[in-house]
Structure formats: structure tokens, C-alpha cells
Design a protein around this ligand. Sequence first.
Ligand code: OAD
Length: 233
Amino acid sequence: MKKVCVLTGAGISAESGIKTFRDADGLWEGHDVQEVATPEGWARNRALVLEFYNQRRAQLRSVKPNDGHRALLKLEDQLDTVIITQNVDNLHEKAGSKHIIHLHGELTKVRSQRDPSIVLEWEDDLNEGDLCTLGSQLRPHIVWFGEGVPKLEEAIGHMVDADHILIIGTSMQVYPAASLTAYAPNQAKIYYVDPNPQLNYELSRQEDRLKIFKGPAGTKVKEAVELILTASF
Ligand code: OAD
């Protein structure tokens, strides 16, 4: 069975009402990345960081997956598919996708500051004084700038076997996620759905086997999925 690696970013959730990071009205606007998404910001002002992620977590209760998320189900039904997402939302799960790797963490989880292997499901606000069993403050289960990406090896392990790579709604600017296509075999086909696709260093070297679907995920993912299925049987 053909193997498909889907790499998603904030753009796939845009039509569900979650802002992207780097578009004009992106989420970072009004928020200093250094203050809310770095270990240093956490050390400086925990209350601010907790509030930022509490707002993001609260938003998850009201947002729903869109046709872009749902179009992937057909791929998963018919091919060996893994979704490698940079998103910390849970819209792939809500859409019914099964094999998902969250490269940058998950809003619905928190973890111990002292022992990162202590990870808890968390639906409500996280506050100062919420402690793990070791007595240490719990923090959002998010990969901040400057931190390692623990799921990277697992993602690479899938990429090296890929027949098709479907990239959706990501500016391909944040590394190491943006370098994942470089691990794919030379014959793997790459598809990129985005209204404003940006070819980074890796993709510009793979242009000969790259097909771009310029437009929103809500309509274009379905087209890309049909092409992948046609090419697979
Ligand atoms: P960006 O905000 O950098 O890029 C969003 C991409 O979505 C852009 O290429 C847009 O053109 C595209 N886009 C906008 N609307 C879309 C739509 N309706 N359909 C499809 N695409 C659309 O977001 P990411 O590339 O995901 O990390 O950012 C990567 C990482 O940067 C994030 O995971 C986050 C941030 O730092 C963490 O939170 C750790």
C-alpha cells in the first residue's frame, strides 16, 4: 500500500476560525513571540504565558473541523497515511483522523516542568499553583522556540518511506518541521495546498516533483487527495 505523509500547518485550521501565525492578521500580532512562546518568556512572566494558552485552549471548545480536515479521511481510508501536524489544536482528531503526530505539542495537554514525561490531559484553564505529582508547576505541552522537537525522529521515520507528501497551509518557515521533505525518497511526489505557497530551500530543490494547489484548504485539499488516489492505484 502506498504511504502518504501529510504535513499540516495553521492554514488548514484558518477556515475553522483559528488565526494563522504569520498572515497579516496572524496570532503573533499583538503578542510578542519572545514573551509567550519561549522558555525565557515563561521564566519571566508565567501568568502572561498561561493566559495566552488558556485563551487558545478555550477557543478549541467552539471551533469545528472544516472540509480541509475532513478531506483527509478518504486518504486515510485507502492509503497508509500519517498526519504530521505543526498545529496544537485538536481539529484533526475532531475530524476523525487516527494517525496524528503533533510536532509542536497539544493545547489539550500539560506537562510537568521537572519531568517532561509526566503529561496530563487538560481541558480547563491552567493556573499558577497547578502542580504535578512531584510538586512542580505544570506548563503547557507546547514546543516553544529554542526547545527540542521530541517527535521529530518519529516524523522523519515516516518521511523516509513516503510515496506522496501532502503539505497543507504552512509557510514552511519554521525549522526543523520545514526541512522534513528533505528526508523523503527522491521519487516521492510532493503536493502543496496553500493560497500563498512559499518554496523554502528544501522545496525549491524538489520543484521537479512538486505540484502546487494554490488556494484555500477547504476546497483544494479534496482536489489534491483525488490526484494522490488516482496516482496510487
Ligand atoms: P504560518 O502562519 O507561518 O503559515 C500559515 C500558512 O497558512 C500560510 O502559508 C498561509 O498562506 C496559509 N493559509 C492561510 N489561510 C489558508 C487557508 N484557508 N487554507 C490553506 N492555507 C492557508 O503557520 P505555520 O506554518 O503553521 O509553532 O507555522 C509554523 C509554526 O510557527 C507553528 O506551528 C507555530 C509557529 O511558531 C508553535 O506554536 C510551536
